[in-house]
Design a protein around this ligand. Structure first.
Ligand code: ATP
Ligand code: MG
Ligand code: MG
Length: 355
């Protein structure tokens, strides 16, 4: 049986494993720290479910395999400096930015980028960790340990955040899911809605951007592109060369979900434009204990990752899907009773979108 070895063994690896069964593939997630190296056979492939990894015997071994897919791209995307350079080279709209050098000053960054500047650490940031706002009117200085390790971005007064999840196979064929509307709170994804008819006129623009990126890097597999919408213009916030949280709704709302699509692409099976079913909403479960009532909500399916609950940590998600928007709305109303108060803003936001 063909095996897809996955560097990383978090929830994304587990969901890739879950999607493998109908394809009769064996998917084996591997912890970077694991000491027993796998026996990789001809025809197997190695893929990745995380942004970065430490140098360990396991990660060294995996990244040296000839079947390590997309080897060239991870380093470029995991470092925001190189990722931004790549977007500029491809002439893809993105927030204006500067490298934060050892010699950079807040004054100079404000002159070049404006009053409010967002510092982002070059590597290692996720869920809004690794960000620092520099406000001119508060006289903020660049923290000394950020000098030489960050980029600075102009604050984008975006109307909303959208993402596009797509896939490319080794022949260069590309397929895409509909644009997904995302709500972030404190830099962390709270909820996604798809499809969203009122943004369908931006689909072609988004697909052209992500196609350009995937083609230029000869990428194979699923890639996600996070965007800001400013009027009818999309700007890339960041790229994720892997399955992505904003594509989790496809487990309920598409005939081939993003996990299966990724496996198909990397293992050389056909990919196809995914038929989308009904209305989907995904709610992230962040830093709260599991509630068994979630399992009783109609039209909903809970994914619980089995991780230790910590503040701000993604520990599960709930997909709600139904052909009728009204049924999704009713399910979310029921769900609201079993989520803490601070979820109300996100749930209201979703309800407003479905109206
Ligand atoms: P992820 O968990 O998606 O990997 P991250 O920590 O890598 O997140 P970003 O996606 O770069 O961080 O930023 C997180 C959020 O911060 C964005 O979704 C957006 O809400 C906000 N943000 C990022 N860049 C800007 C910007 N230039 N202007 C305004 N808001 C921004
Ligand atoms: Mg990120
Ligand atoms: Mg992001």
């Amino acid at each position: 049986m063909q095996t897809v070895w996955v560097l990383g063994a978090g929830q994304l690896g587990a969901m890739l494993q879950q999607a493998a069964y109908p394809l009769a593939l064996r998917v084996v997630p591997l912890e970077p720290e694991a000491t027993e190296l796998p026996e990789i056979k001809d025809g197997d492939v190695v893929t990745v479910e995380r942004e970065q990894w430490p140098v360990t015997p396991m990660t060294e071994f995996l990244s040296q395999q000839p079947s390590f897919m997309n080897a060239g791209i991870f380093g470029r995307i995991a470092d925001r400096l190189y990722q931004k350079q790549m977007l500029d080279e491809l002439e893809i709209a993105t927030a204006p930015w500067r490298e934060v050098q050892e010699s950079s000053s807040a004054e100079q960054l404000h002159t070049e980028l404006g009053e409010d500047v967002l510092l982002k650490r070059r590597t290692g940031g996720y869920d809004g960790k690794g960000q620092f706002w520099l406000y001119q009117d508060q006289g903020d200085e660049v923290p000394s340990d950020w000098l030489g390790h960050a980029i600075a971005e102009q604050k984008i007064p975006f109307e909303e955040e959208l993402s596009l999840v797509g896939a490319r196979d080794s022949s260069g064929k590309t397929v895409f899911y509909p644009l997904t509307l995302n709500l972030h709170s404190d830099g962390i994804l709270m909820a996604s809605v798809a499809p969203v008819n009122r943004v369908s006129h931006l689909q072609a623009q988004a697909e052209a951007m992500l196609s350009k990126i995937m083609d230029a890097s000869n990428y194979v597999g699923v890639m996600a592109m996070e965007c800001f919408r400013v009027g009818d213009q999309l700007m890339v916030n960041e790229l994720a060369p892997r399955v992505h949280n904003s594509g989790h709704w496809t487990q309920a709302g598409a005939c081939v979900n993003q996990f299966e699509m990724h496996l198909r692409a990397v293992s050389g099976l056909p990919i196809k434009a995914p038929e989308v079913r009904g209305q989907s909403v995904m709610i992230n479960i962040i830093g709260i204990e599991r509630d068994r009532h979630w399992l009783e909500i109609p039209c909903a399916r809970t994914y619980w990752y089995g991780k230790e609950v910590r503040k701000g940590r993604k520990v599960g998600h709930i997909n709600v899907n139904h052909p009728q928007k009204a049924a999704v709305q009713a399910a979310l109303t029921e769900l609201a009773a079993y989520l803490p108060e601070h979820y109300q803003t996100a749930l209201d936001w979703v309800q407003k979108e479905l109206r």
